[in-house]
Design a protein around this ligand. Structure first.
Ligand code: GLC
Length: 819
């Protein structure tokens, strides 16, 4: 083995005493566990400006600082002055959005400033730090950026180490299987098929190298856009250091200023994009299993849903629908006439979603393999042999999804499935997973959209590019219809193409707890449309665990029950009473609240807000909130606290400041404190923020079952002016991109003598229903007069629960309820 020698030209000028030990766990193939010799930036001695880009150098290495927006600054390091191509799968277009910025220089530092952020480059040691407009330092290098030559592959291991304050907390990184607050922990990103993963197992399925730091009530984000195996240490090795590094590629990161966590997430979405509006049916309940077959079984499941009157929008076909697990084929024994079956399911309101894996069976009589082989679309090893591995179909080769031509071909393969009526595609095993070896060897070559690389570079984006190919293909074939896709693996930006599930979890209470955290974490890491396998993939839940999981699932952005093939039946009725009725009640609740969920998704799509919001996101200044992980907000108006223990009769939860209504009892509760709430099996703690206007649809067995004749508006009195959104559109086309939608804003404000509700509307869509049914909760006075746009409403009632009920035309502008 070759010894890694120091380059005398760039002897470290600023090595901190114990830095040699700093990254001793890095798995370096060249020097094994010997101390790693790194090279550090020297003194920053000059600066060159090219519009919004600033180049600093120590004579050899170069650092680029790019002003992206007022809040976002990108930093890149080129160890010997040569930057890599400007290319990223995560950030498709780096657009400069800020015109006001300036460079300052004094004897100690260079400073690039926007209206919001300053990026300081200290001359003596090249330390980079960021401060806000009040010159409060939010992030600061503890060591200058450094690197180590990667002798065996070429390129560099790249490192960045920042200081970590005593009460600094860290959130994000996607689906990590651990507590919400990442402080004191270390992680690796290397997409991994992690069947039955355990608490703290790392890495698992996805790579989202983006974290949010909160310290002294100021949040900032770091997005380390590097697709190689990457590592994050949040004060684990050294309590006062936060580090991130990668086994190759460029040290390229974005500093994203808050000051609120919500701003950080919004701005992260500005870089990586938001999720398009999913088809509305995708918000319904989905039933999955490995596998429902033959056709008679699928039909029986569908029939039971309708007989049991448990709403359901989608049934999934797992790998057994295929002929010998060959993608894009049907097993004709089990499914003799797929088109007919899919059509009949569709007539009964069920969408069919099918699984697709990346492994293509090596079989010269199989058209997909033949085409891929002829066109040379399969991945090859460094010496040109094909990358082969065993997955479900046996011996397989794998398309190189990082090649745009391959993606286009793959997208076109869905033609037949779409013609058969399939509405959605489930992208699995795309870490990529290979039996025995785990994944591809490092030397496999990838086209990488013309920026060539080995599997070390492409591994973490392989799954994302597969689902991208699927999504773009479906979009082409389905024309103006919104495709539905779901993926297991992904990289930052994957949300532009798909929803995500958390992989092969286990039917235990511990996993229920973990899933609850994972979904919050995914939400604030830029993956809005996410869900867990309700009930747990492997193992057997009892009725209680399954029901508690359905309850969480009701408030998961994506709701799907799934189970492994060797488990007992796992449908909402499988556990008998009282479970069936409670499961029905919650799934119905999901359909009732669907317009709220849909509107919240619109807020994500349009404004970049996360769907699920941990409590820390509401009150980041309260340090105790940094460690709350059970309760969360769904959008701005609902606070949910699932029950995560067996036999629990009541539980504690924290309501953030403000007034709340208990959803089940309408009781008003003051927030800003912990409360104890009863948790009988048929409820979970659910609170509505005062001032909310919560739209509600009638219960349906599937989305679009009935024409909506009136929408219920549940209005919760508040004496502080409060706004709510209500979004509607056709639900399955992209017409919203041409402004064919209706975004209504409700502004309410109340006093001891009156309550005013105002409505304004944007967009070109007009829903068919004409009336709103109002339910007004918590009025502090007995109403005697209701005016809708200066016309009196004479018919109103106050029911036995003191809820004021009346109807209006949907077009009202102002309603005044008065004593
Ligand atoms: C993987 C998936 C699981 C699927 C199974 C069979 O384990 O994670 O959801 O059911 O493969 O396709």
């Amino acid at each position: 083995m070759e010894e890694n020698t120091k380059d005398p030209e760039i002897e470290p000028t600023n090595v901190v005493a114990d830095e040699e030990e700093d990254f001793k766990h890095v798995n370096n193939p060249v020097i094994g566990l010997k101390p790693i010799q790194k090279k550090y930036l020297g003194t920053a001695n000059s600066c060159l400006q090219q519009t919004n880009k600033f180049y600093f150098t120590d004579g050899d290495a170069k650092v680029e600082v790019v002003v992206v927006t007022d809040q976002i600054i990108r930093v890149r390091l080129a160890p010997h002055g040569v930057f890599l191509d400007e290319f990223s799968y995560a950030v498709p277009k780096l657009e400069q959005k800020t015109t006001e910025f300036a460079l300052f220089e004094d004897e100690n530092e260079f400073r690039v400033s926007t209206n919001v952020v300053n990026c300081h480059i200290r001359k003596a040691d090249f330390f980079i730090s960021f401060s806000d407009a009040e010159h409060h330092i939010t992030s600061s290098d503890a060591v200058s950026m450094h690197w180590e030559e990667n002798v065996s592959f070429g390129g560099y291991y790249v490192f960045c180490t920042k200081t970590c304050a005593p009460q600094e907390s860290f959130f994000g990184l996607g689906d990590k299987a651990t507590e919400l607050n990442l402080r004191g922990k270390r992680f690796v990103n290397w997409n991994t098929d992690a069947y039955s993963f355990q608490w703290n197992q790392d890495p698992i399925y996805r790579t989202i190298p983006f974290y949010i730091s909160v310290n002294e009530n100021i949040a900032h984000g770091i997005f380390f856009d590097n697709t190689y195996k990457s590592h994050f240490d949040f004060g684990k090795e050294q309590n006062d250091h936060t580090s991130f590094w990668a086994d190759g590629g460029e040290l390229r990161y974005y500093y994203i200023h808050g000051p609120h966590m919500m701003d950080v997430v919004k701005n992260y979405h500005l870089l990586t994009g938001t999720h398009a509006m999913p088809p509305m049916w995708a918000f319904g309940y989905h039933q999955c299993r490995w596998s429902y077959y033959p056709e008679a079984k699928v039909r029986a499941i569908a029939k039971t849903f309708r007989e049991q009157q448990i709403p359901c929008d989608a049934i999934y076909l797992d790998i057994d629908y295929m002929d010998g697990y060959r993608c894009f084929t049907w097993n004709k024994k089990y499914f003799p006439d797929p088109k007919k079956m899919v059509k009949e399911l569709s007539d009964d309101g069920f969408k069919t979603v099918v699984i697709i894996d990346p492994g293509i069976r090596v079989d010269d009589n199989y058209w997909v393999f033949k085409e891929g082989k002829e066109k040379n679309y399969f991945c090859r090893r460094s010496d040109d042999y094909f990358m082969e591995g065993h997955v479900w179909p046996g011996r397989c080769q794998f398309p190189d999804f990082t090649n745009p031509e391959v993606r286009e071909w793959w997208g076109g393969l869905f033609q037949g499935l779409v013609e058969a009526g399939v509405a959605g595609v489930w992208n699995d095993m795309n870490e990529p997973a290979v039996f025995g070896t785990g994944t591809f060897p490092d030397d496999v070559r990838h086209q990488y959209d013309g920026h060539r690389g080995s599997h070390r570079k492409a591994h973490n984006v392989y799954g994302m590019q597969m689902v991208r190919a699927t999504y773009e293909g479906l979009r082409n074939i389905m024309k103006n219809k919104r495709p539905f896709t779901i993926t297991r693996a992904g990289y930052s930006g994957v949300q532009r193409y798909t929803s995500v599930w958390t992989g092969d979890n286990v039917a235990t209470w511990e996993h229920l707890k973990l899933g609850n955290i994972q979904l919050q974490r995914l939400s604030i890491s830029g993956i809005p449309f996410c869900g867990t396998d309700i009930g747990g993939f492997s193992g057997e839940p009892d009725g209680e665990l399954f029901t508690r999981w359905i309850q969480i699932g009701t408030f998961a952005p994506f709701m799907r029950a799934h189970s492994a093939g060797d488990t007992k039946e796992r449908e909402p009725w499988s556990f008998g009473e009282p479970y069936t009725s409670i499961n029905r009640k919650f799934i119905e609740l999901r359909y009732r609240l669907m317009p709220y969920f849909y509107s919240t998704f619109w807020e994500h799509h349009r404004y970049g807000f996360p769907i699920l919001r941990p409590i820390v996101m509401q009150e980041q200044g309260e340090y105790s909130n940094h460690y709350r992980q059970d309760e969360f907000k769904y959008g701005d108006k609902l606070l949910v606290c699932p029950v995560l223990e067996p036999g629990q009769k009541s539980r504690k939860l924290y309501l953030h400041k403000g007034q709340w209504y208990n959803f089940w009892t309408n009781e008003i509760v003051e927030g800003g404190k912990e409360i104890e709430v009863e948790t009988p099996l048929d409820t979970i703690p659910l609170f509505v923020k005062a001032g909310a206007v919560l739209p509600e649809y009638p219960v349906m067995q599937y989305v679009g079952e009935k024409e909506i004749e009136e929408v219920i508006l549940n209005v919760y009195f508040n004496d502080i002016e409060t706004n709510s959104f209500f979004f509607e559109d056709y639900g399955e086309t992209f017409a919203y991109e041409q402004d064919i939608y209706s975004e209504k804003k409700f502004a309410v404000r109340g006093s001891v003598i009156n309550f005013v509700i105002e409505q304004s509307m944007e967009g070109l869509y007009t829903p068919r229903y004409e009336t709103y049914q109002f339910n007004v909760f918590g009025l502090p006075f007995t109403p005697t007069k209701i005016m809708a746009d200066d016309k009196p409403i004479t018919e109103f009632t106050i029911n036995e629960n003191k809820v004021l009920e009346f109807q209006t035309n949907k077009k009202f502008k102002k309603i005044e309820i008065a004593v």
